[in-house]
Design a protein around this ligand. Structure first.
Ligand code: ADP
Length: 326
């Protein structure tokens, strides 16, 4: 068993609902095992500027239900330089922190991996991102809440779309990953999803229109993943306006509402399990791993694997969406 006396926790990069539940779980699981805990504010920036506070069990009371992160989060360019990471390491040594739990997305875990290797420092990561874009885990903390937010928003848009007989393009987050768009479309009964994974293979919009996707409907809802690969919702709408002027097109960009809100039960449970597992992993002498979940089992995923791009999406989901939108 590793001889760890004090764990530091930080949240970094884009925030996600459920991060607080993860912070709570790491804190309580560590204290339960007799380990001291310190909260590092504002991600890697707080390490560099030494914004580090002691965390007790009651420091994480009453936060499981809150969105966002009580540790705050930030983006920190200095941490991308060897000089910045040296300052960060000095702060950890000064504070007596001998292991780190980093909660964040692929950028944060990339930083964690580089730091852990450079200083041979025990670091365990938790996948905190609404995009569900990390490899080696079926789910990331925040994804389920964002999906529910999207579903509720699309339900509302449907009311107005069907009253006016309109075609709506609804842009959702996800960067290079279509999980939110695809599962959001299935959950809300939308007609289609335009996702990055399919963008290089086929003209998704062209195919939709040539298949007469509005034939039996008085309105249509299409979810589109943000970003350069799909072009986003505005680009789809522009194209329809130019090529198919018979359609009354509207665009809604859901934006940051997807990041907020009280986490769902699934996200709270996932974050709680993963947070407790992070402490187990450190005690088990694991380092340089992200906690993942596969088939409802906790797994350790090497950082190098977790941050690889191009997480495969399930093609049967696209088929299901197509079948159900006739
Ligand atoms: P996310 O974790 O949500 O993907 P970012 O990509 O913005 O968010 O990354 C968050 C932070 O992680 C960055 O501001 C930086 O401090 C750190 N980081 C990202 N990439 C690297 C890298 N290659 N080397 C060191 N640190 C990095």
């Amino acid at each position: 068993m590793a001889n760890i006396k004090c764990i530091g926790i930080l949240t970094s990069g884009g925030d996600a609902p459920g991060m607080n539940a993860a912070i709570r779980a790491v804190t309580r699981a560590a204290i339960y095992s007799g380990i001291e805990v310190k909260g590092i504010m504002r991600g890697y920036r707080g390490l560099i500027s030494d914004e580090i506070v002691p965390f007790k069990s009651n420091s994480v009371s009453n936060i499981i239900q809150q969105g966002g992160t009580v540790l705050k989060t930030a983006r920190c360019k200095e941490f991308q330089t060897p000089e910045g990471r040296k300052v960060a390491h000095e702060a950890l040594v000064r504070e007596g922190i001998d292991a780190l739990v980093v909660i964040g997305g692929d950028g944060s875990l990339t930083g964690a991996r580089i730091f852990a290797q450079e200083y041979d420092f025990p670091v365990v990561g938790l996948p905190g991102t609404i995009d569900n874009d990390l490899m080696g885990t079926d789910l990331t903390i925040g994804y389920d809440t964002a999906l529910n937010t999207i579903m509720e928003a699309v339900d509302k848009i449907r009311d107005t779309a069907s009253s006016h007989e309109r075609l709506f393009f609804i842009e959702v987050m996800g960067r290079e990953c279509g999980f939110l768009a695809l599962n959001g479309a299935i959950a809300s009964g939308a007609e289609a999803a335009i996702i990055p994974e399919m963008s290089f293979q086929q003209d998704q919009l062209g195919d939709l229109i040539s298949n007469g996707f509005r034939k039996s409907k008085n309105s249509s809802l299409v979810l589109v993943t943000e970003g350069d690969i799909t072009g986003g919702a505005m680009a789809q709408a522009e194209r329809v306006k130019n090529e198919f002027p018979q359609y009354d097109v509207r665009v809604t960009i859901l934006g940051h509402v997807q990041r907020g809100g009280s986490p769902t039960a699934n996200d709270r449970i996932l974050a709680s399990r993963m947070g407790a597992a992070a402490v187990d992993a450190l005690l088990d002498d694991q380092r340089n791993v992200m906690i993942g979940i596969q088939n409802d089992n906790i797994v350790y995923v090497p950082f190098s694997k977790a941050i690889k791009k191009n997480k495969p999406f399930q093609e049967d989901l696209m088929r299901t969406l197509k079948i159900l939108s006739i």
